[in-house]
Write a protein that binds this ligand. Sequence first.
Ligand code: GLA
Length: 798
Amino acid sequence: MKMIYENNKEFHLTTDKTSYIIKVLPSGHITNLHYGRKIKHRENFDSLYQNFNTPVGLEVNYSKYIDDFTLNTTKLELSTYGKGDFKEPSIHIEMENGSRVSDFIYESHKIFQGKYKIEGLPHTFENTTDQKGKNRDEVNSLEITMYDENSDVYVILQYSVFYYKDVITRSCRIVNGERGIIKIHKAMSMNIDLTHEDCELITLEGKWIREKHIQKQALSKGVYYLDSKRGVSGADHNPFMSIKKKNSDENNGECYGFALIYSGNHQGLVEVNPHEIIRLQMGINPFDFSWTLHKEEGFQTPEVIMTFSYEGLNKLSRNFHNIINNNVIPPQWQHKERSIIFNSWEAVGFDFNEKKLLNLARNAKELGMELFVLDDGWFRGRNDDTSSLGDWMVDDKKLPGGLTQLCHRINEIGLHFGLWVEPEMISEKSERYRKHPEWAIKLPNREPSLGRNQLILDMTNPEVREYLYKTLKRIFSSSNIKYVKWDMNRSVTDVYSNYLESWKQMEFHHRYVLGVYELIGRITKEFPHILFESCASGGNRYDLGMLYYMPQTWASDNTDAGERMNIQYGASLLYPQSTLGAHVGSNPSLQTLRNNSIESRFNVAAFGILGYELDITKISNFEGKVIKKQIEFYKKHRKLFQFGEFYRIKSPFKSNQSILMVVSEDKNEGMIGYYQKLQESNMTLETIKLKGLKEDNQYNLYTREQFMNIEQFGELINEFVPFEVRTNGLKGLVHKIVSDNYLFKGENQRIEAYGDELMYAGFKPYPQFNGGGYNEKVRYIGDFGSRIYYIRTNRTSK
Ligand code: GLA
């Protein structure tokens, strides 16, 4: 199939539903003629090229040999400083003679099957394993070599087309010629100039325990940056942005999405210039960055995934989910159902011994969980967060038989075993630090700032990486470890490497990331059977670079259901639920001190990789019985929850509810998550328009069987239980005993309807409790309450 048409240095890159057309201009620069909805191919698209055709006041004419041509009014695929483009350049280089002017002109191109090569960095890859219809990949690539004769430097623009995924990836490579040393000050992975048509910018903003909140803003003239200077991609601004037309919404209208596959300091730039050109860039943050290239050396930028949808943001997200699930995460974990985790952190923190852990494990097994994860605190001296990172010797007071015995016993109970590590860190209070203080990132004569009482190891130093490789190999081979949580709990300060020469210090941040990639690449290759989950105090490094090596991420340290509802909704813009670790935590929440019912905590976590981390040795009978039922339900529908196609229906950032839905690939099954913030009084009747169903299929819709704690009902409970409950004084104790044991069923709504009816007329849930009474046709949702509805075809269309 033809994906890249070439005619007279004009290139039409096509996917199933999009067109990307670029052209070499007479000046040798490359202009963008169209990126958006697919258009029919024709011999040439000259008519899409616009120029002022007269001199433009204030602008500088590029060359006296070309009339009326200015770079500032041209949409460019590669932009530099110094020849009349006054927008932000995508590549900025300093030559040996001190000049910073460069001008790259088309030299040659090649079109080939498969992907362009990227070495040392995570990237999308052609999926050769999935041979099913539309998931099968057809990838073609285009590489255009641009050359600046004056400085003898090449830039290779790289494009790959994933036809059925509606994705085009971009990257670029800078290669120095033979003339002298150059210094790269800025090397963005992508530059794309579009026409401004009343557009809005969407980004994912956050901080600790509040990651990935959706931010929307109108684009106006000026320059807007989203970036990280933390050394990691950061919780502040995820390396993702979307530009949409103002009237586009979740289901309709045009929108573009851009995501960088990178885990370090990044920058996304949006500039609207006076001529209403929107310039978009993504790449390594040029702040505190420069890179020296000696003769014939090259520099590869990270890769950007671009996608376009004219069917709104839901489709844009599904395009991203599709490519991430099939072309980014490691092949052995693709579509592989993940185990239900019990994690020890919120349950016991640092305070445990083998007996306590085995007790938790027995309870976890009894409740139906599958994988026991021992979080922080298992190594010698680690009784709080002030010490011992870097040593990684098992604490034989807590675990007299070591990890081997613990793992063996946990396996005997019938659970897999997993372990927490934080390899990139070092505590000042550690043997390793006493031996090698120079391994920490810090300046020789300046007291380093501490984050969570710890320092970071200098991952640019091969000796450090080798030590970590050997240490981790020893630990991971010591027992039957099936899962590893790879944590990273502080951001980089006191930037200095004792290993790098002084002229390489500005390369530090990128070299740190390359060092991390090298280490995790080696380790994950050595232990392909271990499921790795990355974490950085939750979502401080939730990015596509990490997902390339580790298929899931602990999305946030916040397990409060109400807060997670926002975080997971925002994350879904880019990240598929198969990548999102989500646990049922303690109550009240350790992060907000809010009470959330056990059902709501589950209903939120179920739309991710489910786990539990509350102290399950201290839960009530009620909670125990409910958890068992939750786990049975999740196991039955695990594939749908983890890999179903995702739809956002109602946004918690705009309303009192969050509603989302997943649908199986064959559209025969679905789950609807319904979450509420605050109980409203006398609430209006609701309609939920479902998504992604087959119009002609007949479906049954059921409420997932959910239980309420009768304490929620106060005195009102006596209206609907078959016994009398007193709620005050000593008698309140009886109330407590009853509520701890009695499974009071919520309403159970059942509907039979065709797909078109459910999507276009909508599903009408029972009314919410409005103060007028309660019966089996009323939903009592309450503050931070929720429901899950399950939908299944009973008759398929022909
Ligand atoms: C970080 C992680 C938590 C937990 C602790 C352990 O905060 O995000 O999940 O692992 O470290 O110290």
